[in-house]
Design a protein around this ligand. Structure first.
Ligand code: AMP
Length: 146
């Protein structure tokens, strides 16, 4: 979908490639409308991205139905993150268009478990070790299945 608010969706964005299985991801959840996977440059342990399977550039062009589906999974992941990472709270973030800081143009909701007194790492700064991410994905999946 494209309108006056948003440029057209680009199917070559990196999250579309993850959805098509063209590049790997640490999947933590999937249903018919939504996919969730770890951010490879986490701002805190358990930092997860929740995305719609339908093509949507960001908040400005996603359909209400797909946005609702993303929100429901964001809540599930947020609750699981508290358990899996013994967190005290959770930060949600979503960026739409370059002015906001959006870098990947497939809608994604950041779900970041937060521990009292621990600041977020800078955005997209340090690529986490793959073995660490694999362990974090297992912890989140276990909490989501409980
Ligand atoms: P933004 O568009 O500003 O919300 O940021 C995009 C986010 O995607 C950043 O937090 C990146 O660390 C993350 N990211 C970029 N490439 C990948 C990837 N291949 N797998 C997982 N996360 C990614």
């Amino acid at each position: 979908m494209s309108d006056k608010l948003t440029p057209a969706y680009d199917p070559q964005n990196i999250f579309a490639k993850i959805l098509r299985g063209e590049i790997p991801a640490f999947k933590v959840y999937e249903d018919d409308k939504v996919f969730a996977f770890l951010d490879i440059m986490p701002r805190a342990p358990g930092h997860t991205l929740v995305i719609p399977k339908a093509p949507a550039r960001n908040l400005l062009d996603i359909t209400p139905d797909d946005l609702a589906a993303v929100a429901v999974v964001a809540q599930k992941v947020a609750k699981a993150g508290l358990v899996a990472f013994e967190a005290d709270g959770v930060t949600l973030m979503q960026f739409s268009e370059p002015a906001s800081g959006q870098e990947v143009y497939h809608l994604h909701m950041h779900i970041i478990p937060r521990v009292d007194g621990v600041p977020l790492k800078p955005a997209a700064s340090i690529k986490e070790d793959m073995a660490v991410l694999a362990g974090h994905a297992e912890r989140l999946k276990a909490a989501l299945a409980a």
